[in-house]
Ligand binder design. Structure first.
Ligand SMILES: C[C@](O)(CO)[C@H](O)COP(=O)(O)OP(=O)(O)OC[C@H]1O[C@@H](n2ccc(N)nc2=O)[C@H](O)[C@@H]1O
Ligand SMILES: Nc1ncnc2c1ncn2[C@@H]1O[C@H](COP(=O)(O)OP(=O)(O)OP(=O)(O)O)[C@@H](O)[C@H]1O
Length: 311
């Protein structure tokens, strides 16, 4: 089973209402060719092992998102079957590219097949949303607009292939901490100039019309227009928590990226290239300037979680 990571081409975040846990979003997701591989085998127990360059950062207890997906599917279908999972992580851990969400999505599909639960796509998507806001999208893949807390998906038309270079950091950023920082920046209301200077100001409910140009760029398969339309309301918050992110952003710009943006809640920086060759140039610029612990190149959009070989 294989599931892709994602980049948010646009991420617009509304205010957090009193007592609410989730921000209202309008986001445009693109699934990219950076993958989690999940193998599921029959077992009496429910276990997970993890490999990949950042495997040591991933818990293997019940908090692992893949095991949470196992428990959610078992509870929904009333089965007491077990599974031995192995996850080979290609997506950066806590990098803002939905790696854990991809594991959860791949696990739902893998256990659905292994246990022959026969859930419908709609039922799987509903279960996915209970596991995390990004899980429905990595199950679906391709390109989609996400609303609500990010789980309400509308597929979007996209032509051709876009090329990316990613600057990855070994130390991740916590998604809740980045949203909290977003709230803090936007609460500097008694000092509006300071709020604006730091990328804050009053948070407004996101409006999908703000992404009209971006959607046109996708339909036209125009990387220049897409680069100009990339947007992330969480970027200022990620930069407050990790000021060093300014470096990969500047390096990509200097190397002629069509657009550069923090991916989701960061700290991965995503640079849009003119073509495959230019993505390699951007990756080399990240490496040469020492602003990344690891560099990836990828294309998007790609399909969501799917079986690539019988487990
Ligand atoms: C930053 C993004 O990756 C952009 O796609 C997502 O919004 C985060 O999605 P995710 O990692 O699947 O997040 P979840 O597991 O659903 O939520 C983790 C935490 O992030 C914050 N959170 C998440 C989604 C959202 N719309 N508003 C939030 O404030 C909440 O504090 C929440 O408790
Ligand atoms: N299967 C998993 N893979 C990675 N991290 C996991 C997993 N299960 C639990 N975690 C924990 O969740 C945290 C965030 O993981 P993840 O890699 O999904 O972040 P992310 O890519 O930034 O998420 P998103 O982009 O959806 O906000 C990690 O620091 C780790 O402790």
């Amino acid at each position: 089973m294989r599931a892709p990571g994602k980049v948010n081409l646009s991420l617009r975040v509304g205010p957090l209402g009193p007592g609410e846990q989730y921000h209202q979003l309008t986001t445009v997701f693109q699934a990219v060719s950076v993958y989690e591989e999940v193998v599921a085998r029959s077992s009496d127990e429910r276990t997970v092992t993890v490999s990949g360059p950042q495997a040591a950062l991933v818990p293997t207890d019940a908090t692992n998102l893949a095991l949470r997906a196992v428990e959610a599917l078992a509870a929904a279908t009333g089965t007491d079957e077990g599974v031995a999972l192995h996850v080979d992580k290609g997506v950066p851990v806590a990098g803002g590219m939905a790696g854990g969400s991809a594991d959860a999505a791949a696990t739902l599909l893998a256990c659905d097949a292994l246990w022959r639960t026969g859930l419908s796509r709609a039922e799987l998507l509903e279960l996915a949303a209970t596991l995390g806001s990004d899980v429905p999208f990595v199950l679906q893949g391709h390109t989609a607009m996400g609303q609500g807390r990010g789980e309400l998906l509308t597929p979007a038309l996209s032509r051709g292939e876009f090329h990316w270079a990613f600057a990855v950091r070994d130390t991740g950023l916590s998604t809740p901490a980045v949203y909290r920082e977003f709230d803090r920046l936007h609460a500097l209301a008694d000092d509006p100039r300071e709020a604006l200077r730091r990328g804050g100001g009053v948070a407004v409910p996101p409006d999908p019309d703000d992404d009209v140009r971006l959607m046109q760029a996708l339909r036209a398969g125009d990387p220049h227009a897409l680069g100009a339309a990339l947007h992330n309301d969480l970027q200022a918050a990620a930069l407050e928590l990790e000021p060093g992110l300014a470096e990969p952003l500047a390096v990509a710009q200097d190397a002629g990226a069509l657009g550069v943006v923090v991916s989701g809640s960061g700290p991965t920086v995503a640079a849009l290239a003119r073509n495959r060759q230019h993505a390699l140039v951007l990756a080399a610029a990240f490496t040469a300037s020492g602003v990344a612990d690891r560099v990836l190149t990828a294309t998007g959009p790609v399909p969501g979680a799917r079986i690539v070989a019988e487990d």
